[in-house]
Design a protein. Sequence first.
Length: 358
Amino acid sequence: MKPNQSIRVSHMLRGIEDPVLIISTDRQIVLNANRKAIDTLANGRSSHLRGLPLQAGYGMEQTELFPKPMPPAFLLPVSQNGSMALIDFRVSPLKIEGKKYWLAIGRKVEQEEELQMRLQHLEQEKSMQQMKVQLMSMTSHEFRTPLTAISSAMDLIEARLQLDGQLSTFHRLQFRKMADEIFQLNSMLDEVLTLSKIAGNNWEPNRKPVSPEQVIETLRYQYFSQRKDKRSLRISIDGEPRLILADKDQLAKVFTNLISNAFKYSTLKNPSVKLLYRKKKLVITFSDHGIGIPEKDLPHLFTSFYRGSNVDGIEGTGLGLSIVKTFVESNRGTISVSSGVNEGTTFTLVFEDFADAI
């Protein structure tokens, strides 16, 4: 600044009681500061403030230059006599004789006020989260009721047609299609309801001795037998079967999702499940010979609502694997995946808590 400009700015700065900085717009150099700013930021030493780049903090052993570009507001942490404080600066453009500068006026944030602001922010986030959980839970329940009614009506109509000798092959095919669609919708609603419980922290596992092979056998009989494509689930066991400590319902949801995916994303060969009982761990693999997963998708596979880039046209919500990972880890297990495009996919679960090792 020119001498006469500096004098005028100094008079202006002395008239403001709060910390004030005049900062260059190009290199963010502190060109001028009032006494309050010098005392607050530089412990009264103007040489530690004026003519120097704006810092991301003052009075600390290590600090960095303030990042660019200049935001409309920023907080500067300040250390004075061993105590920390936050200065809340508000920035506005300043023009002196045709040249632009930044005018930053600060205010000390009191600890009680800072805590109150943070608590208010957390309460707002908590309220929004609760609203999301309630909406997901309500939506799931509201949709499930009419679906149940539709399914019951279909069963009655099918039974009456069969009783009257009017149930043709065409009718059977249409009923089967409707039943499949209802099953898919119910599965989606179940995922949404499960996600709402997870989001609401209402999903703690009830870990008891469980036979994994019995859970898988039951699921195979209930959901994966008599398929239209004639495929079946192959199960093999290596080692002496043992009970593991796990939540049976959560384990069933994990297995159901992984087996469903194995059928959904493959068409020709039978998916397989292998249980390998070792001395200190149980390894379960779920394998298919389907479309596989692109390498770029693997890091995001367990993220909610994320779907692979090669699954267009295949139904799904992107919630299943997120829920699978949550339930596996809540039962003290681990999950990993290996895959290649058009080479199939294998999910590997490892559990180390055997019931007989307690």
